[in-house]
Design a binder for this molecule. Structure first.
Ligand code: BMA
Length: 317
């Protein structure tokens, strides 16, 4: 047993953390939990959660040709909370997930607004990450960790999200809801339940990056939160949802596949947190880049291959 090692599916970048507050063109306390997408020209765009020294977050775009180095960061905040028109954004906007929606020829950005009644889910549309059209609040509090799937199912859009229930107290499962118009949501269905007891994903799970469509189903990277006497441990697991009926779970791994280990993941504003909000996949090679917030302080990168993740799910799910 002594030499036994888990086979790591994700490899950390040697350049981690790839972005920190020190790289920012204006004062920031921390930069983390970035949404990620590939643009038409092959560039990688991160929509970064930037927390200022009041504790309020906004979103700023960073672009890079190779997705690893030479980030061009917008010199000013890209999307600021707008509490005058959107009172639910009063304590900031956080943790965006980006989905390219072919039918609308727009990106949907689904983010957490921090309202006086707690976190809730908001949506905004954009073509270029310069001009945004807010759709406003789409799920009431407390709800977060949401992403839009990129196409319709039986004519309806599908949103993955994570409301907090009070039975059992503070249990948080992943749900899917459907809408004909991106405004009215219904047929709310639980997809992934938090486990109980000693499990790594007991009591609280949430979607991490936007789901990615593969020929075998929707790849889900989700976080599980384990409460320990010395605080919470945020780790990641994998699941696969049916391609045509995303309320059906085809596989769910038992073991977590990525967790805090390196100093920049263990020490920071909130230690022992790895929290990805964005993932890109090269359609030709299946190479995956997972961009994650490290300890609520900086942005780090881990890579994997789609085939390895699917193979792992099929043998460990
Ligand atoms: C979650 C979210 C994330 C954060 C994480 C750890 O509930 O609020 O934004 O990274 O907690 O603090």
């Amino acid at each position: 047993m002594g030499n036994y090692r888990f086979r790591e599916l994700f490899q950390r970048s040697e350049r981690n953390p790839i972005l920190t507050a020190g790289d920012w063109p204006y004062p920031a306390n921390s930069v983390f939990n970035a949404g990620a997408t590939l643009l038409d020209d092959g560039e990688t765009l991160l929509l970064v959660r930037v927390e200022d020294r009041r504790g309020i977050s906004h979103l700023t775009a960073a672009r890079s040709t190779d997705g690893i180095t030479d980030w061009r960061i917008d010199p000013q905040p890209t999307l600021l909370p707008d509490p005058e028109k959107h009172p639910e954004e009063v304590w900031g906007i956080e943790d965006p997930r980006i989905t390219w929606v072919d039918e609308l020829q727009q990106f949907a950005i689904v983010y957490t607004s921090y309202s006086t009644s707690g976190p809730l889910v908001s949506m905004a549309m954009t073509r270029d990450f310069r001009k945004f059209e807010r759709k406003g609040l789409v799920m009431p509090p407390e709800d977060k960790d949401a992403a839009l799937l990129p196409r319709r199912f039986g004519g309806r859009w599908a949103l993955v999200h994570r409301p907090i229930a009070n039975y059992p107290a503070n249990k948080a499962n992943i749900w899917i809801s459907f809408s004909p118009d991106l405004k009215h949501w219904g047929d709310h269905t639980v997809v992934l339940e938090a486990r109980s007891g000693g499990w790594w994903d007991a009591n609280k799970v949430g979607l991490s990056p936007q789901p990615i469509e593969t020929p075998e189903g929707w790849l889900i990277v989700y976080h599980g939160v384990r409460t320990t006497p010395s605080g919470c441990l945020y780790r990641l697991g994998l699941a696969l949802l049916d391609r045509e009926d995303p309320t059906r779970v085809l596989y769910r791994g038992d073991e977590w596949v990525f967790g805090p280990d390196q100093p920049y993941e263990r020490i920071g504003d909130v230690g022992d947190v790895v929290f990805p909000c964005g993932m890109t996949c090269d359609p030709e090679t299946g190479d995956i880049r997972l961009y994650y917030g490290a300890a609520d302080t900086a942005i780090a990168l881990a890579t994997a291959n789609m085939k390895d993740l699917l193979d792992w799910l099929k043998t460990n799910g």
